[in-house]
Design a protein around this ligand. Structure first.
Ligand SMILES: C[S@@+](CC[C@H](N)C(=O)[O-])C[C@H]1O[C@@H](n2cnc3c(N)ncnc32)[C@H](O)[C@@H]1O
Length: 188
């Protein structure tokens, strides 16, 4: 099918924007699927910073990285993504970032991403982008915290200056139950 799922399309966009040797961010590591994807994109000479507030999630991801031989280029950080810029040097830029919002499927729903910290982290990631770099955010508006994130993020990204950023919303508009959608911000 030509119309990719939201997550598949998020990866396809990052694949176009990010190359080997780059520094990128997985803002919500969870089970590590996006971390491993990014580690493959940037290769052994690149760097992936992966954030999660759940130690258990990072442990499980570490195991996957060992199994796939990709520990070298990944730093897993047990900290909120709203502290992203504290983990980079002042002049460092990033080629891309992914936010897969919400809670871990099958995990504790209380440990979901929250609009205030999500907005702060997304803004930081956008400010860290090199030219041509891309931030992708998968938003799940079908639960209360996700609805707040949707509102905060749409307001913020719609206001980004079009001279500096391309902003895309990718959404399936005929699906029931408020399906996830993608926001992508590219620095020109
Ligand atoms: C939908 S899951 C991510 C799925 C993941 N990308 C994957 O491939 O499996 C969202 C994750 O965000 C984490 N999270 C919640 N608040 C966070 C925060 N402030 N900073 C970093 N991670 C956070 C949760 O612990 C959860 O693991």
């Amino acid at each position: 099918m030509a119309l990719n799922s939201v997550l598949t399309y998020a990866h396809a966009l990052l694949k176009q924007a990010v190359g080997p040797g780059e520094t990128v961010v997985d803002a919500t590591v969870g089970n590590g699927h996006d971390t491993i994807f990014l580690a493959t994109l940037v290769g052994p000479s690149g760097r992936v910073l992966g954030f999660d507030i759940q130690k258990e999630a990072l442990k499980a991801t570490e195991t996957q990285l060992v199994l796939t031989g990709q520990t070298r280029q990944v730093t897993l950080i047990n900290d909120g993504h709203e502290h992203l810029k504290n983990h980079l040097t002042a002049d460092q830029q990033i080629g891309g970032a992914i936010f897969n919002l919400g809670y871990l499927p099958g995990g504790d729903k209380q440990l979901t991403t929250q609009s205030k910290t999500t907005l702060e982290a997304v803004k930081q990631a956008i400010n860290l982008l090199r030219r041509g770099g891309l931030v992708v955010v998968v938003v799940y508006p079908g639960h209360p915290a996700g609805r707040l994130e949707q509102d905060a993020l749409l307001t913020a990204v719609k206001a980004l200056d079009q001279q500096t950023y391309n902003v895309l919303q990718y959404a399936f508009i005929n699906q029931i139950h408020e399906p996830p959608f993608l926001l992508a911000v590219e620095r020109k």
